[in-house]
Design a protein around this ligand. Structure first.
Ligand code: 13P
Length: 254
């Protein structure tokens, strides 16, 4: 049985003060939420120290939304894995479609970041997903296979078990259009089959695959109820503590 993992990706929202307000409100709801789920919040870099400080006694973990593949040096604007460790970050989202499409991150760069994260024992949440054009052009499987194979090059069996995959169809991100539970399950099953090509089946069966793209309190149960969907990576619906808590309560059956 894979333990579900639900993560809030706040993107470019919430400085330290809004982060504090959210965490206080969210923590007050935690007791009423299902226990058998890993919960992660991913604020912007500037809010990470505040988040880890407020959550130091909590089961809720903190993720960065990006990271440099470099250790240090002349890389203006970058943040290293070691710096994230220093402020007690546990996870790092890598390869998000917004990083790929807006900032031009390649599969090779994302692979370098995933390797670096593991080197420093940060757990990557590795995002993959196709655009609408790629899906309509019949390239869904080819794109997912390429992103997975290149992104995971050199990643060992032990490391893949500490990696979360997030399948996020680009056309479903921030659009209000969710993949149907069947579309999502089909893609997740395919992702797991690629993992089985790359690793032993006993390993690929243990890797958690989140779905992301317009997950809301109203559709969480149906999506997370699918066999190969092991959690969610949530944008818009994670910005209010009440809505994120409702989504968790609906999505996780104990
Ligand atoms: P939305 O939930 O706003 O569609 O965002 C999904 C996402 O990109 C999470 O990483």
């Amino acid at each position: 049985m894979r333990k579900p993992i639900i993560a809030a990706n706040w993107k470019l929202n919430k400085g330290p003060s809004d982060t504090e307000d959210f965490i206080k409100s969210f923590e007050s709801r935690l007791n009423d939420l299902p226990k058998g789920v890993d919960l992660v919040l991913a604020p912007p870099f500037i809010s990470l120290p505040k988040a880890t400080e407020l959550l130091s006694q909590s089961k809720v973990r903190v993720a960065a939304q990006n990271m440099s593949e470099q250790d240090n040096g002349a890389f203006t604007g970058e943040v290293s894995a070691l710096m994230l460790k220093e402020v007690f970050v546990s996870y790092v989202i890598l390869g998000h479609s917004e990083r790929r499409s807006i900032y031009g991150e390649s599969d090779e760069l994302i692979n370098a970041k995933i390797r670096k994260a593991h080197e420093l024992e940060l757990k990557p949440i590795f995002c993959i997903g196709e655009t609408l054009g790629e899906r309509e052009g019949g390239q869904l499987e080819e794109v997912l296979r390429r992103q997975l194979t290149k992104g995971l090059e050199g990643i060992t069996e032990k490391q893949i078990l500490d990696t979360v995959i997030a399948y996020e169809p680009v056309w479903a991100i921030g659009t209000g259009v969710t993949a149907t539970p069947e579309q999502a399950q089909d893609a997740h099953e395919f992702v797991r089959s690629v993992l089985t090509d790359l690793y032993e089946v006993s390993v690929s069966e243990k890797v958690r695959i989140q779905y992301g793209g317009s997950v809301k309190p109203a559709n969480a149960a149906e999506l997370l109820g699918q066999k190969d969907i092991d959690g969610a990576l949530v944008g818009g619906a994670s910005l209010e503590a009440s809505s994120f808590a409702e989504l968790i309560a609906n999505g996780v059956v104990e």
